[in-house]
Design a protein around this ligand. Structure first.
Ligand SMILES: Cc1cc2nc3c(=O)[nH]c(=O)nc-3n(C[C@H](O)[C@H](O)[C@H](O)COP(=O)(O)OP(=O)(O)OC[C@H]3O[C@@H](n4cnc5c(N)ncnc54)[C@H](O)[C@@H]3O)c2cc1C
Length: 576
């Protein structure tokens, strides 16, 4: 079938729903989501959403913007970071007015907790900035926005997976999506299309990300010739459950939790004497790896999968149950540990892509040389870029809300004067050829074989510490896997819920993003934020204070650069 809309939003997480809510005020809006909306990954967000409300501590939006830029190791675009901090305040109150049940102070204001890298007075001490709903903040955001979208009569196409884009003359003219229930391919024409497809942590073996986080939006854009920005910056969260990667929110440290090594020492004293356990994530993750490599992990064998302890026992059962109830449940369910009684074994877990589809601060997809009219992106799949080389905790939810909202508003204006695009001849050839090839006879590798090899290579060689030899090895492995992927054929020919077909397409997306990530990382010969190179240990502003733009054509990654917007805060050494 063919559908026509003014605005098409791909993704029903926080970014997509907020954009849909705004766009639907003036335009006929649809949301396509491969998951039922409430299962979007935003629902997993635990710790909170940062906004300088000043309800518990003195705070200012300028301090928030400064922390964001410093946290991003000065690669953040500063106009966007200032917008993020300033509009966060109104966005949080909007969510409150729309019904989000925030946790409260005794006086009834929105309560706030501390989070890594968020400070008072330009780095003096941790500040209480993260607004939260216990440890279910993301879940509450989804509920609130979904209800509002239903009220605004947004059309939802649940369990529709977008598999191809039609782009001509830099304009996105349509998208193809498979209805999971029937297997049918549908065409969606629209004046404006917004990608809000979330993250791509599944390219790594140990990750906090759900199975659906396969980077479909950025990969489809890259396949359509749009370069991706700063993919070399991938964040490892310091505290995943040992061996599983499931996240233990930074909110635990925000409430006073302490990281300890095998000697029981609070090792962050050595690495960040002012902020201690609340230093930014890249630093804490590196500190854990350094402790492990020095034989001070809990096993002491110096292996990459050793671990340290997160001690929250001194917080007491009552506080843990009130402020971190889901985390307490995770500890019981996955480790049989009562966190009020025993420390929790943790290790870094691949968590968040700072890079993505390049946009301006209204969500319009643009590189410094090309604007793609009618094409938008917001949320984790986009790169505004506020997070620069390392995102601070709680700043992703702010990013979704602030820039999802701005993109939705821009779309509402854009579609008023736009016409429904005419599709070029042969617009459906590529997707039909691909699907027919996959259904043709043959054998080839399985999804599981390729997935495992990609994740292992990326984890080992494009992880927390990197060097040229390792990244070349990972890039070559991924390039070979991309070749093998071309030989994959469907074994399951059914139409109803054919998850094999969808997984093969998702794997293609992850492989493309893994290749761009490895090549962009290899190209950047410095250490900055989450990109930490053993062979280039220092930040090099003279050569590398610039964004990467990496395009993918015929299996080759081509790199150009984009200027960083530095308007308020001059780069300085990053100490905490
Ligand atoms: C465990 C965990 C805890 C976190 N806690 C916090 C926190 O406390 N604070 C914070 O700021 N950040 C946190 N984050 C990060 C933050 O939650 C995410 O970055 C953010 O929620 C991503 O939102 P999004 O709207 O961009 O995408 P998502 O919420 O991931 O939604 C993506 C949407 O895209 C759809 N989609 C994807 N591909 C397709 C396709 N091909 N076709 C159709 N639909 C598609 C999916 O169905 C889904 O609806 C956390 C992350 C994790 C993993």
């Amino acid at each position: 079938m063919e559908f026509d809309f003014d605005a098409l939003i791909i993704g029903a997480g926080g970014a997509g729903l907020y954009a849909a809510l705004e766009a639907s005020k003036t335009s006929k809006t649809a949301v396509l989501s491969k998951l039922y909306p409430m299962r979007s990954h935003t629902g997993a967000a635990q710790g909170g959403i940062g906004a300088a409300l000043g309800n518990v501590d003195e705070d200012s939006t300028e301090w928030h913007a400064f922390d964001t830029v410093k946290g991003g190791d000065y690669l953040s675009d500063q106009t966007a970071a200032l917008i993020l901090a300033e509009e966060a305040v109104q966005a949080v109150y909007d969510l409150e007015n729309r019904g989000l049940p925030f946790s409260r102070t005794p006086e009834g204001k929105i309560d706030q907790r501390r989070f890594g890298g968020h400070t008072r007075n330009f780095g003096e001490a941790p500040v209480y900035r993260s607004c939260y709903a216990a440890d279910r903040t993301g879940h509450m955001i989804l509920q609130t926005l979904y209800q509002q979208c239903i009220k605004n009569q947004v059309s939802f196409f649940d369990e529709f997976q977008v598999v191809d884009l039609v782009i001509e003359d830099n304009m996105c003219k349509g998208t193809f999506a498979i209805d999971l229930a029937s297997g049918e391919l549908h065409l969606f024409k629209s004046k404006a299309v917004l990608f809000a497809t979330g993250g791509f942590g599944r390219m790594f073996k140990v990750t906090s990300n759900a199975h659906a986080n396969t980077g479909d939006g950025p990969a489809l854009c890259a396949a359509a010739g749009i370069p991706l920005q700063d993919l070399e910056f991938f964040q490892f969260h310091p505290t995943g459950i040992k061996g599983m990667g499931i996240l233990i929110t930074e909110g635990v440290r925000g409430e006073g939790g302490i990281l300890r090594n095998r000697d029981g020492k609070r090792f962050m004293e050595e690495y960040a004497p002012t902020l201690l356990d609340l230093a930014p994530r890249d630093m804490v993750a590196r500190a854990i790896m350094t402790e492990i490599q020095a034989g001070r992990g809990m096993r002491g064998d110096k292996k990459i999968d050793d671990y340290v302890m997160l001690d929250a026992t001194h917080l007491g059962k009552e506080k843990i149950e009130a402020k971190l109830p889901d985390i307490a449940d995770f500890c019981r369910t996955y480790m049989d540990i009562e966190p009020a009684e025993k420390p929790v074994p943790v290790q870094p877990t691949a968590h968040y892509g700072m890079g993505g589809i390049p946009t301006d601060s209204d969500g319009r997809v643009e590189t410094s040389v090309t604007l793609y009219p009618g094409l938008y992106a917001a949320g984790e799949c986009a790169c505004v870029s506020v997070h620069g080389a390392n995102r601070l905790g709680t700043n992703s939810l702010v990013d979704l809300i602030v820039f999802g909202r701005r993109a939705g508003r821009h779309i509402a204006g854009f579609v008023k004067d736009a016409d429904l695009p005419e599709l070029p001849d042969g617009h459906d050839e590529d997707i039909h050829t691909l699907l027919e090839k996959m259904k043709s006879s043959g054998s080839g590798p399985t999804v599981a074989d390729i997935y495992e090899q990609m994740q292992t290579a990326m984890m080992a060689d494009v992880g927390i510490y990197r060097n040229a030899e390792g990244m070349k090895r990972a890039s070559e492995t991924v390039a070979e896997l991309r070749e093998k992927h071309g030989d994959m054929r469907l074994k399951d020919m059914s139409s109803t819920f054919n998850t094999e077909l969808l997984e093969i397409l998702e794997l293609q997306n992850l492989l493309d993003l893994a290749l761009i990530t490895a090549e962009s990382a290899l190209n950047r010969e410095e250490s900055r934020g989450a990109h930490s190179r053993e062979d280039f240990p220092d930040r090099n502003d003279e050569t590398w204070l610039k964004h990467t733009l990496a395009g993918l054509k015929d299996g080759e990654v081509a790199i150009t650069y984009k200027e960083v917007d530095i308007t308020r805060f001059q780069p300085k050494p990053r100490v905490y």
